[in-house]
Design a protein around this ligand. Structure first.
Ligand code: MUC
Ligand code: MG
Length: 374
């Protein structure tokens, strides 16, 4: 009998969790997040966990929580069941060879495979990506209540708690001038105690972006994220060349191919690296390598994942040689329900990485059983 551990069963759970307050982006207002969790059972008794999320149903990405679950259950799981659980790259090559697109679904599956394999080897997941260069990651908080006074109060509370001193403001729903006034008021209140950045989530035209960037630069804002449509790489290049304020590519990056194009065009100063957008951890590592080679700054992005996707991202980002723009791995803090036996550790403005094998997380199975969609 072969001693190779096999993939025995893959289960996909939809878990709806309310947010602590409405989270207003230009594309959607979120009152809850749906976590798509993958539980991968192996024949040697090891279980790996993975997660995919999107934002606002189909408002942000081309996959919905329901499509992710349907495509994993119907197409991806049957490709993997019976395959070696210890050959992650081989298993993923099989998936990539037969499934077009579906980056978020692939991310959830790949994360579960790596979690299981790292547990099997008795090492933190970061060891499978070359090892850590840091044990904690600075974490930005997103101010997105839509109300200036409430955002300032929220930022002050985060500074007092020593939880965040980097704030990303979601803009793009109001006029450029109104948005700039909102951001300037927050920056004035926080002063040098915090870094303030903005994310327009594709809301602006190039002309609006040029105007907005000038106003934001005057207000002391440190960077602008994806101001214009994701597919307009030439427009992004114009904004970057205008050299008003550092420009970060986010939705423009759907994995290494986009990263290569944006880097070759010199169309951004910074990349938001996301494991879901990159089709998984290996894809995200490639995006980061392209940024590194092109002298583009790195930022550890989020798709507002819960604890599993957040820790998977953290395990990978901990291995990046440079992470000049920090991370925004705050997803679990936006949610009202904890799905871990021990919550993730946020202190001193940073997420602390566990040293236990795999993702380093213990899932609260009873809690999940209560929260999962029927
Ligand atoms: C995005 O576009 O960056 C990250 C933080 C947040 O509030 O939304 C996400 C998505
Ligand atoms: Mg963004």
């Amino acid at each position: 009998m072969s001693s190779v551990p096999r993939i025995q069963a893959i289960e996909t759970l939809l878990v709806d969790v309310p947010t602590i307050r409405p989270h207003r982006l230009s594309v959607a207002t979120m009152n809850h997040q749906t976590l798509v969790l993958v539980r991968l059972q192996c024949s040697d008794g090891i279980v790996g966990w993975g997660e995919a999320t999107t934002i606002g149903g189909l408002a942000y990405g081309e996959e919905s929580p329901e499509s992710i679950k349907a495509n994993i259950d119907t197409y991806i799981a049957p490709l993997l069941e019976g395959q070696s659980a210890a050959a992650v790259a081989h298993a993923m090559a099989r998936v990539v060879g037969q499934v077009q697109g579906n980056r978020f679904a692939k991310c959830a599956i790949e994360t579960a495979l790596y979690d299981a394999q790292a547990r099997r080897l008795g090492v933190p997941l970061s060891e499978l990506f070359g090892g850590r260069v840091r044990d904690s990651l600075p974490v930005a908080w997103t101010l997105a209540s839509g109300d200036t006074a409430r955002d300032i109060a929220e930022a002050e509370r985060m500074l007092d708690l020593r939880r965040h001193n980097i704030f990303k403001l979601k803009i793009g729903l109001r006029t450029v001038r109104d948005d700039a006034a909102h951001v300037a008021a927050i920056k004035r209140a926080l002063g040098d105690r915090a870094s303030v950045r903005v994310d327009a989530n594709q809301a602006w035209s190039v002309t609006e972006a040029l105007e907005g960037m000038r106003l934001l630069a005057d207000a002391g804002v440190d960077m602008v994220e994806q101001p214009i449509l994701a597919y307009d790489k030439l427009g992004l290049k114009r904004l970057t060349e205008a050299n008003i304020i550092p420009v970060m590519a986010d939705e423009a990056l759907h994995g290494p191919r986009d990263a290569f194009e944006v880097a070759a065009m010199q169309a951004a100063d910074i990349f938001a690296v996301k494991i879901n957008q990159s089709g998984g951890l290996r894809g995200a590592a490639r995006v980061a390598a392209i940024a590194d080679a092109a002298n583009i700054g790195l930022y550890g992005g989020t798709m507002l994942e819960g604890a599993i996707g957040t820790m998977a991202s953290a395990q990978l980002f901990s291995t990046f040689p440079a992470l000049a723009w920090s991370t925004e791995l705050f997803g679990p803090l936006l949610l009202t329900e904890e799905i871990l036996q021990q919550p993730l550790q946020y202190r001193d403005f940073a997420l602390q990485l566990p040293t236990t094998p795999g993702l380093g997380l213990a899932i609260d199975i009873d809690k999940l059983a209560r929260l999962r969609r029927a």
